[in-house]
Ligand binder design. Structure first.
Ligand code: ADP
Length: 506
């Protein structure tokens, strides 16, 4: 938490300008270069989870609106794909710069609708813009190949081509970064897009797109369709099944990911899916305990545990279990300050909505009823509101408890004891999820063995924070398909074309 706060503050000093652009609170969707209402004129409210106040009402669009947006993106693709990588790189860098000039106001909107503390919102904007900067650079390295063939007088050419319209469906937990990570990459590749942001956090998306407009992104390249949960399935169907769509890029639950994957399959569409995780956080006896504890705090309580890479199962060797649990309890008690995200000093905000609060409450209550012991927290802090879940530490958790298998997605740390490396691996891998994993050890051989044997797309050895724009982010098994960030993140949005150049002697 402290690391996050320091980096956000440093970032803030570097980039905040006096420009507080109140126009960033946009209340309309954005299609084909225009701010628009839903064709039905319907709207839905965006609530502040800290107090349930209505921040704004935005268009509640439906399938017909989604079709209009896909058509706009499809028309624009005809010209956008022919822009040079230099032009696309320039626009992305400008978008990055303008976002950095507006950190303050973007963060205010993000905190209001997502509940996350202001410092974390600023941290997310620093993280999210890093993808715009990164893809501004990677745009210029989408290279092909010339491969020596088996025949004389022929050459094999391999070139990369943009996939077309990308349907971007994003969650509420990182409402800015999940958009820049996808849209930065797809724009660099020469694609256009339709974004459907989460119904909980459309205002951050609209603000980000207003800044894209200011950066000179041409009309039709980015379109935003806002919809309530009620209309999400209808909008999603068009975004997955319209023939003009080349790819569906989704971050969210495994449940919804499977629905979208099924629809994409009908048209043999490309997919990029970042789904749920169930990250083990494994501490071996040789680990530097203070370091492991600092990183346990980061891995668990960043965004109040509402992250797919959040530490979900803390697997601690029996010889250091008591020490770890005592240290964890001390740190949680000292560092986690629950309250509204815009209040100075708060490190943990409300859960994003009632459903999340009920889910976390249900998981903890079930565990406690079956014998788990609560060392800290364990309930909603009712004096603050109905979505403020106390930072919680549980031990004595058994396989028959739902919390043993499920992704908590909240501020609940669950500690288990293990005897040896084989048992830690068995428990860690006993899930259909395979996104992030964390291992703390000073034994070099053990570090390599764990990296090799953990069935996860990402392994942090002695680190609880893995994400940045440089490495490929993504999961295996039911945690997803495809990678975001890195050079691979751009390639996701391209097709390879093989051209045989023959008769070169004629
Ligand atoms: P979360 O539980 O984090 O909200 P979801 O997977 O439920 O995760 O939602 C992630 C995104 O998927 C949101 O933008 C949501 O509106 C959208 N969504 C949910 N159901 C559908 C659907 N059937 N089709 C398209 N998008 C959907």
């Amino acid at each position: 938490m402290d690391l996050l706060r320091v980096s956000a503050a440093r970032h803030f000093q570097l980039f905040t300008t006096s420009c507080r652009n109140m126009h960033l609170l946009k209340k309309q969707a954005y299609v084909n270069g225009e701010w628009v209402q839903a064709s039905s004129n319907a709207v839905f409210p965006v609530l502040n989870p800290a107090d349930d106040s209505v921040i704004a009402e935005v268009p509640d669009m439906d399938a017909a609106d989604a079709k209009t947006a896909v058509d706009a993106a499809s028309n624009t693709f005809k010209t956008w794909k022919n822009t040079t990588v230099k032009e696309r790189s320039y626009i992305l860098r400008k978008w990055n710069d303008i976002c950095l000039q507006n950190v303050d106001h973007l963060a205010e909107i993000m905190t209001a609708e997502s509940g996350k503390p202001l410092a974390e919102s600023k941290g997310e904007i620093a993280y999210g813009t890093s993808f715009l900067e990164w893809f501004a650079d990677t745009a210029r390295h989408i290279n092909g190949e010339i491969i020596p063939g088996p025949w004389p007088n022929k050459k094999i050419l391999v070139t990369r081509h943009p996939l077309g319209v990308v349907s971007v469906i994003t969650p509420w937990n990182f409402p800015f970064a999940m958009i820049t990570r996808k849209v930065g990459a797809l724009m660099a590749a020469g694609c256009t897009c339709v974004i459907k942001p989460s119904e909980d956090t459309p205002l951050t998306a609209l603000a980000a797109v207003e800044l894209a407009v200011q950066a000179g992104v041409p009309k039709g390249v980015i379109n935003v369709v806002t919809s309530s949960r009620k209309n999400a399935a209808g909008v999603g169907k068009v975004m997955c099944e319209d023939p003009a769509v080349g790819c569906i890029s989704f971050t969210g639950s495994t449940h919804v990911g499977k629905i979208l994957y099924g629809m994409a399959a009908k048209g043999i569409k490309r997919v990029s899916l970042e789904l749920g995780g169930n990250a083990p956080f494994i501490v071996f006896p040789s680990a530097d305990m203070e370091h492991a504890l600092d990183h346990a705090m980061l891995a668990k309580f960043r965004n109040n545990g509402q992250a797919c890479v959040a530490g979900n199962r803390f697997l601690i060797h029996e010889s250091v279990f008591d020490k770890f649990v005592e240290g964890f309890k001390g740190r949680i008690g000292q560092k986690c300050v629950l309250g509204p995200g815009n209040k100075e000093g708060v490190t943990c905000g409300p859960l994003v909505n009632k459903a999340q609060a009920e889910k976390v409450t249900g998981l903890v209550d079930d565990a406690v009823a079956k014998g788990a012991k609560v060392l800290l927290g364990g309930k909603i802090a009712k004096h603050l509101g109905d979505k403020f879940y106390e930072s919680t530490l549980l031990v004595d958790v058994k396989p028959d408890m739902a919390i043993y298998q499920e992704e908590v997605f909240g501020p609940v740390a669950v500690c288990y004891k293990f005897k040896d490396e084989a048992e830690a691996l068995e428990v860690a891998n006993s899930t259909r999820s395979g996104l992030a994993s964390y291992v703390f050890t000073k034994d070099l051989g053990q570090a390599f063995r764990m990296s090799e044997k953990l069935e996860f797309g990402m392994v942090g050895i002695n680190d609880g924070i893995l994400s940045s724009c440089e490495p490929p982010f993504g999961g295996i098994k039911e945690s997803g398909i495809g990678r975001e960030g890195s050079k691979h993140g751009v390639e996701e949005y391209t097709d390879l074309k093989y051209t045989l150049m023959s008769a070169l002697d004629k």
